[in-house]
Design a protein. Structure first.
Length: 680
C-alpha cells in the first residue's frame, strides 16, 4: 500500500463566450445577410420557404437545387418570362411560377404546387403558427443511435477555408466528461455529409471558429445545414428542424458566471449566488421580451432556453467551489442548488453541455462534505476483511490501527493550516515515518490486493448511497457510476481492478454506459500488455541513487547528452494538460527533427504503472527520447532547482548542460522551431 501522497489535479474547462458565439460571416467577412425587405431578382442564389408550414423547402444555386436534405445537380434549365423549369440529375422536374405579390408557386415532381416566399433575412423568418409540443427525443441512451448532417458551407472565402477542409461537430460526452468530435471532409465547394453516433438528444457546437453555432440534435434524424457565406444566411432543412432554425434566429445567452482570480476571497458564496440569480433573471426577462415580439416561437424553444439558463446557473454555482476557502460552500447555498437546480434537471441529461460539469462538481462537493477520514475508511475495510478471514493483523498491528485514525485526523487538520509546500512535505514525511504508521503501512502491504479491492468498492458503495440520497433516476445513477469509473481509468491510465469491473457490471443497468466503460478498460488492458522496453529509455533513478541536490542530479542526468540541445518536459500522469500535449508527441518529433534534440521527460508523482501506460499510449519513444520517474524527494529537489510552479513545465538545456532562461512554448511548434534556429 503506497504511503500518503499529496495529489494535485488540474481541470481545464474552455467555455465559449458571447463574443465567441458570432458567426464567421460576422467576425471575418462583415456580412449581415440580405435586406429582409428586399425581394430577390431572378432565382439564382435564392432560398424559399413553404408559406403554410414555415419550413425551408428549396434553394436554387447556379448549378444545383437544394431540397429533401440533398444538393441535386441541374441537368437542364428553361426560363420563360419569369417562369423556370429545372430538370435534376435524378430525373425530378422542378417548376417555379412567376413572382406574384412576393410569392412563387413551386412544384416538385408530381407534387401539388406549394406557395413559397423568398427567405431574405440571415435566418428563417418566424413560423406562421404556434407549436405547443413539449419535450425532446429521449431514446433511453442507446450507443447504437446516430444522427446525420448533410451540409454546405457555400461560397467560403479563402480566409474561411484556412480553418481547414473538414466540418467539425463537437459535444460533451456525458460518460467520458470530455469534448468529443466528429469530422467530415468537405468537397472543393464546401459540401459534406457527416454521420455521427449520438447517445441521446444533445447540445452540439458546429464548426467552432468558422460557423460557430450551438444547437440541439436529436438521434435518428437527418438534417441539412446551409451556411451561405455570400449571402450571410444560415438555414436548417429537414423533418422537424423548427427549434434549430429558431435557435439560429434567437440564440441563447452564454451565462457562464465565474469568480475572477482577483476577486477570490472578496466575494462570498451567497453573494456569488446573487450574481448568478441576476444573470438567469436577466436572460429569462430577455426571453419573455422575445416571446412578446415573436409570439409563435415554439414551446420547445422556450422550454429549451429556460432549461439552458437553469443548467448554466447550476454549473456556475458549483464551479464557484474552486474559488472558496477550502472549497467549502454554506448549507444554504447547497440547499438551493439541490432543490432548485439539481432536482429539476431537464431530461435527457445530454441536452445541455453544462450538465456534465454540474453533475461532476455537485457530486464532488457532496462527497467532500460527507467523506470520512481516509484512515477511518481503511481501518473499517481491514476490520471487514478480518471478519471474512482475509486479514489477520497481529496484536501490535491491531493496537496501531486503533490510534491510526486520530493521527490521520490530526494530520489533516495540520495540513489545512499549513503554509507553503515545504511545510506540507514536512508534515507528510513526519507522519509517514512515525513508528505506529510504519506498522500500519506494513499491514497494508501484507494484505495487498484484497484491501485495495475492498477500499475501492467501499468508495463506490458510498458514492451510490450519496447519489441516491439526493434523488436521481436509474439512468442518472448509471451515468454517474460509469463516469466515476471512467475517470479512474483516465487518471491512472490503467485498467480497472477486476473487483471494480465486477461491481460495475452488477450495478450499471444502462447498456450504453457499461459499453463505453468496458471499451476504455479494454483499451488500457491492451496498453498494459504492450512491451516498450526495447523502444524507450525508462529510468527510475539508478544513475542518481543517493543524490539529493536538484542541480547536481539534473546535471548527472543530462551528462550523457552533452553536445546536444535538450528539451525538458516536467509532467505528471495525473495532469490533463500534460497528457493532451503528450498526445501530439510524434507530430512534435517530426516538426523538430532537423534540430537533433534530446527529449527528456521527468514525471512528477506518478506510479510506475501509469507512467509506462501513458508512454505506451502516446508512443513517446525514440532513440533520442529519455524518460525518468524518480522517487518523490528527488523529483521535488529538481523541480525546486528549476522553479517549477505549474505542469507541464518546459525548459531548454544548451549543449553545455546549462538551463536557458527563456520561455518555451511546445503548444506552438513553429515559434519553438524559430527559437531553436537561433540557439542551435
Amino acid at each position: 500500500m503506497k504511503k500518503l501522497l499529496t495529489t494535485i489535479l488540474f481541470a481545464i474547462v474552455v467555455l465559449p463566450t458571447q463574443a465567441q458565439s458570432k458567426t464567421w460571416n460576422e467576425t471575418v467577412t462583415g456580412m449581415n445577410g440580405h435586406d429582409a425587405n428586399a425581394l430577390p431578382v431572378g432565382i439564382t442564389d435564392t432560398y424559399w420557404r413553404d408559406n403554410q408550414t414555415g419550413d425551408w423547402l428549396i434553394g436554387f444555386t447556379p448549378k444545383s437545387v437544394i431540397y429533401n436534405n440533398k444538393v441535386w445537380s441541374i441537368v437542364s434549365q428553361m426560363e420563360k418570362k419569369d417562369d423556370y423549369t429545372f430538370t435534376l440529375n435524378d430525373g425530378t422536374t422542378i417548376k417555379v411560377g412567376k413572382m406574384k405579390k412576393g410569392c412563387r408557386n413551386i412544384a416538385i415532381g408530381s407534387r401539388k404546387p406549394v406557395t413559397c416566399s423568398p427567405i431574405t433575412g440571415a435566418t428563417l423568418p418566424d413560423y406562421p403558427t404556434k407549436d405547443i409540443r413539449k419535450g425532446f427525443v429521449d431514446n433511453g441512451y442507446r450507443a447504437t443511435d446516430s444522427v446525420t448532417i448533410v451540409g454546405w458551407l457555400k461560397d467560403m472565402p479563402e480566409q474561411a477555408w484556412k480553418k481547414g477542409k473538414e466540418f467539425e461537430v463537437s459535444f460533451e460526452g456525458i460518460i467520458t466528461d470530455k469534448q468529443e468530435n466528429a469530422f467530415a471532409k468537405m468537397d472543393p465547394i464546401g459540401r459534406f455529409t457527416i454521420k455521427m453516433p449520438l447517445l441521446n438528444s444533445t447540445q452540439v457546437f458546429l464548426d467552432w471558429g468558422r460557423t460557430t453555432k450551438s444547437t440541439i440534435l436529436e438521434p435518428g434524424k437527418t438534417y441539412f445545414f446551409l451556411n451561405d457565406f455570400k449571402t450571410g444566411q444560415m438555414l436548417w432543412m429537414g423533418d422537424d428542424v423548427r427549434i434549430q432554425n429558431e435557435l439560429l434566429a434567437y440564440p441563447h445567452d452564454w451565462n457562464n458566471d465565474r469568480i475572477e482570480h482577483a476577486d477570490e476571497g472578496k466575494i462570498t458564496a451567497m453573494q456569488f449566488k446573487a450574481i448568478t440569480d441576476s444573470s438567469r433573471a436577466a436572460s429569462l426577462a430577455k426571453l419573455e421580451e422575445t416571446i412578446l415580439k415573436h409570439p409563435n416561437l415554439s414551446q420547445r424553444y422556450i422550454d429549451y432556453l429556460k432549461g439552458y439558463y437553469q443548467t448554466s446557473q447550476g454549473e456556475s454555482m458549483m464551479q464557484a467551489r474552486f474559488s472558496m476557502p477550502s472549497r467549502e460552500l454554506p448549507q444554504e447555498y447547497m440547499d438551493y442548488v439541490g432543490k432548485e437546480l439539481w432536482r429539476k434537471a431537464v431530461k435527457p441529461y445530454t441536452l445541455y453541455r453544462d450538465f456534465g460539469t454540474f453533475l461532476r462538481d455537485y457530486m464532488d462537493q457532496l462527497h467532500d462534505t460527507h467523506r470520512t477520514n481516509k484512515g477511518e475508511e481503511t481501518v473499517e475495510a481491514i476490520r471487514r476483511l478480518e471478519q471474512q478471514g482475509l486479514a489477520e493483523p497481529t496484536a501490535e498491528e491491531s493496537e496501531a490501527l486503533n490510534v491510526y485514525v486520530p493521527m490521520m485526523n490530526e494530520l489533516e487538520a495540520n495540513l489545512r493550516n499549513a503554509k507553503g509546500g515545504e511545510m506540507i512535505d514536512s508534515l507528510v514525511n513526519a507522519f509517514n515515518t512515525h513508528p505506529t504508521v510504519e506498522k500500519v503501512y506494513n499491514l497494508f502491504n501484507r494484505i495487498g490486493d484484497p484491501l485495495r479491492n475492498e477500499l475501492a468498492t467501499m468508495v463506490l458503495r458510498d458514492n451510490l448511497i450519496l447519489i441516491d440520497s439526493v434523488g436521481c433516476d436509474q439512468n442518472l445513477r448509471d451515468i454517474y457510476l460509469a463516469r466515476y469509473l471512467y475517470k479512474q481509468i483516465d487518471i491512472t491510465r490503467q485498467p480497472l481492478e477486476p473487483a471494480l469491473m465486477t461491481f460495475a457490471e452488477q450495478n450499471i443497468q444502462l447498456p450504453a454506459a457499461l459499453a463505453i466503460l468496458k471499451t476504455q478498460d479494454d483499451k488500457y488492458l491492451a496498453i498494459k500488455n504492450m512491451d516498450v522496453s526495447q523502444l524507450a529509455k525508462l529510468n527510475t533513478g539508478d544513475d542518481v541513487a543517493g543524490m539529493s541536490d536538484g542541480e547536481k542530479m539534473l546535471r548527472k542526468i543530462c551528462e550523457p547528452y552533452k553536445g546536444k540541445i535538450i528539451l525538458l518536459d516536467v509532467w505528471g500522469t495525473w495532469c490533463g494538460p500534460c497528457k493532451e500535449l503528450l498526445s501530439h508527441s510524434q507530430q512534435e518529433y517530426e516538426r523538430l527533427k532537423d534540430y537533433d534534440l534530446v527529449y527528456l521527460y521527468l514525471a512528477n508523482r506518478s506510479s510506475n504503472e501509469s507512467w509506462k501506460s501513458v508512454i505506451k499510449e502516446y508512443n513517446i519513444v525514440g532513440d533520442n527520447v529519455v524518460h525518468y520517474n524518480l522517487p518523490e524527494d528527488q523529483q521535488t529537489a529538481i523541480e525546486h532547482y528549476l522553479s517549477v510552479h505549474a505542469f507541464p513545465t518546459y525548459k531548454l538545456i544548451d549543449r553545455n548542460g546549462n538551463v536557458l532562461d527563456i520561455d518555451v512554448n511546445v503548444r506552438d511548434l513553429e515559434s519553438l522551431a524559430r527559437l531553436l534556429e537561433k540557439i542551435k
